[in-house]
Each structure stands twice: as structure tokens, then as C-alpha cells.
Design a protein around this ligand. Sequence first.
Ligand code: UDX
Length: 458
Amino acid sequence: MYIIAVAGTGYVGLVAGVCFAEIGHQVTCVDIDENKVNLMKKGISPIYEADLGDLMQKNYAAGKIDYTTDYRSAYKNADAIFIGVGTPEQSDGSADLSYIATVARQIAETIENDCLVVVKSTVPVGTNDKVEQFIKDFLVNDVKVEVASNPEFLAQGSAVHDTLHAARIIIGTESKWAEEMLMKIYQPFNLPIVSVNRRSAEMIKYAANDFLALKISYMNDIANLCESVGADIQDVARGMSFDERIGSKFLNAGIGYGGSCFPKDTKALEYLARQDGYELRTIKAAIGVNKDQKTMLYKKACRRLITFNGLKVAVLGLTFKPGTDDLREAPSLENVPLLLEQGADIYAYDPVGADNFKNKYPAGKNSRGSITYVDKPEQALEGANVCFIFTEWGEIKAVEPGTYKEQMRTPLVYDGRNIYELADMNEAWVEYYSIGRPFIKTSKEFSIAISEVAAIKC
Ligand code: UDX
């Protein structure tokens, strides 16, 4: 059992801290936000994440985890301090390391015992060397301190599961002491451990995330081509997936990747390469494809309709993916402002993300249009002229094809997640556009109805 402090209680820090407590270590999580700390002490998770609240309550009650704003008491005698603070993207694509620097300085000024500092945050290659030097430069007491890299691969919505059952643990160290200690900390997880040097560990994180982003953008690129040549991306992906070298995961074409990692990490690696005078052409292409993909459906709809002005537009799904309330880089954030500018009256549904979205787009009149939040997908669809699907929540997938025909004034659906079978939408008489698949155009009457509505209202 080790005494562990964790700096930062976002996705990375809090989940790591809770999982370390769960496997038997003594953990203190540090955050600067007093309200957040008080909530966490009550077992209330500041993030929407399956199983996290239960584990927080259980381990807090058992005295295995505590939360504090007092970093001195947490760091002073810790065997290891894990840094899980944010490294947000700056306007030039580089990572902002100021939170890491603040924590590093606090560590240097407070530790009283030999201590391993472990960077979990995603940082540009070479940062761990600098963090170690920085801590040593500011060190107050005569103790041994070393920095190790231990990047995190959890996905939002399944963060606890991904941590406890990770495919692998990556540790990047520069000494036997650091390597052995990290190995021992992770031993109870009983997972494969890949031990490399610090720079390779830092690079593994970017290389893995960017590869997945590249895979998605590649499928989106092929999907767009499928549409023009009359192929079906889902059949193409299925055919590809039997090749073990390709694999079956992350082949889903859609409305572009979002979230806190892929957009940020692709830009950060591209920036890193650029600083070194190298052009990372594959990743640049992935970023470009993703940017265009986010508004692909909107552009399709613009080609189909005269205007959005005065149309009732159902928006199903606001978060960047299901299982989270996170809106970062979500396709909805690209499309909703475009629709509002065009005068659409939006009826938005999301089972979890609506409150966060309201902070950016309050209910009521907005730009030339308006936005109303509803509690059920059917309420958004009632009397709607057009529907956009941006997130594949179970609640949205559960909407029967026939419901679009029954509820909407004109059943015209743009699905960014390919959640319906073409045959089912065809049978339900829904005019259905998705990604990388042939579109289903229903009877002529529907097209006339849509044009009339648009013409009358604008
Ligand atoms: C990702 C990585 O999976 C994780 O290992 C890393 O640590 C952080 O980044 P996350 O961003 O939480 O996790 O979600 P993920 O499930 O990977 O999805 C990212 C985005 O890609 C979502 O917008 C999702 O909709 C999109 N995606 C994913 C696709 O468009 N197609 C796919 O086949 C898979």
C-alpha cells in the first residue's frame, strides 16, 4: 500500500484516485475548488460517469480516499504524487502547461520525503524532463524526487471500467527506483505493463490517440466517397473488419470525432512536429477531414431545402458521444449556431447534456431563430420539418422509424450516427440521409410539402 496524492480531480485525476483507493492504496485528491471538494466528500461525483459515485462513496466511507484543497498536507508525506490537471489547447494548437507548472512548483515547495511524481496528463514529448528539472530547481527540502510518465487511455462514459480493465498500463521512467515503484503501485490491477523511457511513454499517448482519430477520419473520408459512388460504408466497414490487421473497432463513419482528447491531441502533435520543422501530413489530413465532417449533414440539408427560416428543427443529441454530459468539440456546437443563424426554431433533446448546452445557448430567442429544450425525443419531433441526429444515445436509438413519420410534419431526417437500417426507414416512409450510405427519398409528396413549408414561412 502506498500513500498517494492526486493533483486535479477532472476525468483523469479523479478516476485514477478512486481506482487507486479501490485497489488498496491510501489516496488524497487535491483540487483548488472548495465546493467541488465538499461535494466529493459527500460521494457526489462532479462528472457524469458510470460507477464513479458508488466507488467514491464506498472508499470514502472506508477511509481509503479523501479530498482536500490543502495541497501541503496531501503532498508532504506522499510516496507518489500523480498529476492529472488539464493541458488545454491554446489558439496555435499547442498545449497550455501552466496548470502542470503550478502543481510542480507546489510539489517542490512542500514534499518532505522521497517522492515519485507521476504525470498522467497528456503532455508534449519532453515535458516530463522539464517538469523534473523545474521541481529540482525549486525544491526546498533535501529529498529525492523523480518524474515518471504514465499516460491515461480512459474513454469518457466508461472511465472506471477502462481504468480497472485497461488494455495496458504505460510507464515511462528513467531509473530502476521509479520503474519498480510504479510497477508496485499498479501490481494489484493485474494488467499488462509496458515499461519504456519517459519520452516514448509521452509519445505513445499521442501516437495511439492520433491513430484512432486518423482511423475515424479515414472512414469518414471513405464514407463520403461511398456516397458518390453508390457504396454503403457500413457494408464496407464490415468487410474490412474481418482482417485482423485492421480490426473491427473505430470503423464507424459519422459526423466527426469530438471530445477532450482527439481534437486536442491531433493538433498538439501536429504543432509539436511543426516546431521541429516536420510536417505531419497524415494527422493534418485527419484534422481537415474532421473539420469538414462536422457540418456535412447541415450542408446536405442546405442543398435539399430552400431555407431553415421558420422551420421547426428537431435536434436529437447534444453531447460529443453517449454516456457523458461533455460537450467539448461536439458536432452539435458546430451545427446549432448555423441553424439558429438561418432562423431555425430548434427543439433540442439530450438525456444528460441539455443543462450544459443551456449555459451556451439559453432557451428562447437566439440569433435569428430560437431554441427550446424538451424531455423526450418525441416532443422534439412533434410537428417538426427536419430532424438532425448528432449523438447515438440509447434513448434516441429507441425511437422507432415509424415515430418520425407519425410525429413530424415532414419526415426528413439527417442522421449523423447511422443509427437506422435503410430498409426500416424506407418502409416507414421517412426521407433519410445518413453518412456514407445511399439516401432514402420517399414519395414526391413529401418533397413538395417541405418546399411549401419553407417557402410559406420565409
Ligand atoms: C478517447 C480515447 O478512446 C481514449 O483512449 C483517450 O484516452 C481519450 O480519447 P473519448 O474521447 O472519451 O476517448 O471517446 P471515444 O469513445 O474514443 O470517442 C471519441 C470520438 O470519436 C467521439 O466523438 C465518437 O463519436 C467518435 N468516434 C468513435 C467515431 O466517430 N467513430 C468511431 O468508430 C469511434
